[in-house]
Design a protein around this ligand. Sequence first.
Ligand SMILES: *[C@@H]1O[C@H](CO)[C@@H](O)[C@H](O)[C@H]1NC(C)=O
Ligand SMILES: *[C@@H]1O[C@H](CO)[C@@H](O)[C@H](O)[C@H]1NC(C)=O
Length: 301
Amino acid sequence: MSSCRGFGHLRPWVLLVAFTLLQCGSAQFCSFWNNGCIDPLAQTAVAFSFPPLFLDPITLFYSFDSSSSGKGEGPMTKTAFWLGYLDHNINPQVVDTNRTSEIALRVGNLTGTPTGPNNGCDGIWGGRCSHDIKTSLQATMFQLATSGDYYNQPLATALDQFMMTPPVLPSCGAPVFDVAAIPVQDFAYEQAPSQEVTVMKPGSSHHPWQVWYLDRMTDVQQASQVAVGIVSRSPSFDSHPPLSPDDIQIELVCLQAPKAHPQDPVLLRTTIEIDLVGPFFLDRPSVFFSSSRLDCRCRWL
Ligand SMILES: *[C@@H]1O[C@H](CO)[C@@H](O)[C@H](O)[C@H]1NC(C)=O
Ligand SMILES: *[C@@H]1O[C@H](CO)[C@@H](O)[C@H](O)[C@H]1NC(C)=O
């Protein structure tokens, strides 16, 4: 443990809990080219609320690894995300039609520091841009749900459209959907009238939900990027069509690799997986860790 540093800024009770419940053991290696797991160079977790279906906050995990040589033609990074939640604390009473919940993550061509409302996104592009993004997604997904055209994942379908034909977002300075790929994962299905909810098993670095590679991106560059999570809950194809775009729920979550100090942007092998959301913790934490030079492997027991 003597090689673990960077905990100094955490409140003592967090430290106590962390050291009581974490075990530093031998690292399990996941190679850079294995897209079924990730051995993170940096990882951040942010909790956000997703009522009314999820009664407890959900945690978005964003993680990346890097290779300086890539495929032999320059650096590459490997990015992964997944959600953590208490899958028994879901509210079936709100299920009144068939709905699908999805999460997308976009990384690239966007820098800044997450702060403020909309889970940090307003600090990146301003509150009006967050509003524009949400309303344009709602309008597109509403149109899809009322068109009669078949679709499987409503958010993924809308994002595909946005990547082909960028939406007009008058309050956003830079193009928001100007990235090569926006991986999407569906994670909750609601069924009416039975009020059954099927949720994806929470992920981990051993079982990330989506993994993809960014060509010509270095670890330093990716650490300065803002990752934007887009979370939706929208009528499934076989449901009653929504009455208004407001029936489509969209949340934005902006996050970044943890930084110990602004002048110290690169993290060495920092793997922290702590879900502080749960029965022990009443506060909703945001970024849990900003530590660097942490070279032991810590896991929940
Ligand atoms: C950034 O934008 C450029 C130009 O549209 C695009 O070619 C590139 O793939 C984008 N970067 C990422 C990481 O998606
Ligand atoms: C919802 O899904 C169930 C099961 O797939 C199906 O039987 C039902 O007709 C669907 N429609 C509505 C409106 O909920």
